[in-house]
Write a protein that binds this ligand. Sequence first.
Ligand SMILES: C[S@@+](CC[C@H](N)C(=O)[O-])C[C@H]1O[C@@H](n2cnc3c(N)ncnc32)[C@H](O)[C@@H]1O
Length: 266
Amino acid sequence: MDTTNPRYYSQNRSFQHDLGVELLQQYMRWEEGDTVLDAGCGTGEICKYISQQPGVSSVVGLDVSPDFVRYSSQQNSSPNVLYDVSDISDASTIKPEWQGAFSKVVSFQVLHWVKDKAAALKVLHSCLKPHGEILFWVGIDVNKWGKISPGMASHPKWKVYLKDFEPNLFPWPSSDLVKESHSSYLLEECGFEVLSCHLKEQQYSFTSREQWKKTMSAVFRHLCYLPPDKHEEFLNDVEKMERDVLLLSGDYKFTDKNLVIHARKL
Ligand SMILES: C[S@@+](CC[C@H](N)C(=O)[O-])C[C@H]1O[C@@H](n2cnc3c(N)ncnc32)[C@H](O)[C@@H]1O
């Protein structure tokens, strides 16, 4: 994940946004006075969207990237939205006033960047009010996308440039899923009742190769390690790898399975 260029990420996250909004519409029932935490809010578009839903009183967006938080505060501000820098897996970065403060937590496409998932879930649990809900959407080890980042890092042509690159991607382990994938050991251990847990097939049709390319450029931190004149060739190899694992097909149709968990604090 490249967090050095928030504007570029913001301009090329429609893929992420459309699927995120779809999940909110499917799973969240907003209630009068809702206080919402977006854990790993990125550039703030989802916070702004949530702040405009009927009943929602306030939204806090936390992200570990100071650049993303600065951009969110400038571009997606609203009187009832606050942004702050926090590492959701480090309780010491969470302000005391956020303990037990939220009726709902959402976290979209974040937990696969977090190594210590139990620590993050405990932090998010502590931020929820009793019976508060959490909805998260995360890459799991059976998805195709998770294979591309390490695959490109060890690619014979590119590994020479990527000696110092750490993939730092930690997909959710499928071994965590219980009861024919309808619950999660980890969530249960961390004090949640799992309301639903699905491996959801998601499709997104990029409008053009250019849109696909910009989206990939926004997330592939590998590019920071390559000379600019090699970027196009690198992206050609990304495309080839995505097509080989059937992540990408036909006219830039992207199909993958991600984990969606809706749970409640016990
Ligand atoms: C793929 S982006 C998703 C952003 C946003 N949720 C969205 O839907 O656009 C992943 C985000 O997770 C953030 N992130 C990664 N690890 C984090 C952590 N430990 N604590 C807080 N944010 C984190 C990154 O900085 C990045 O903004």
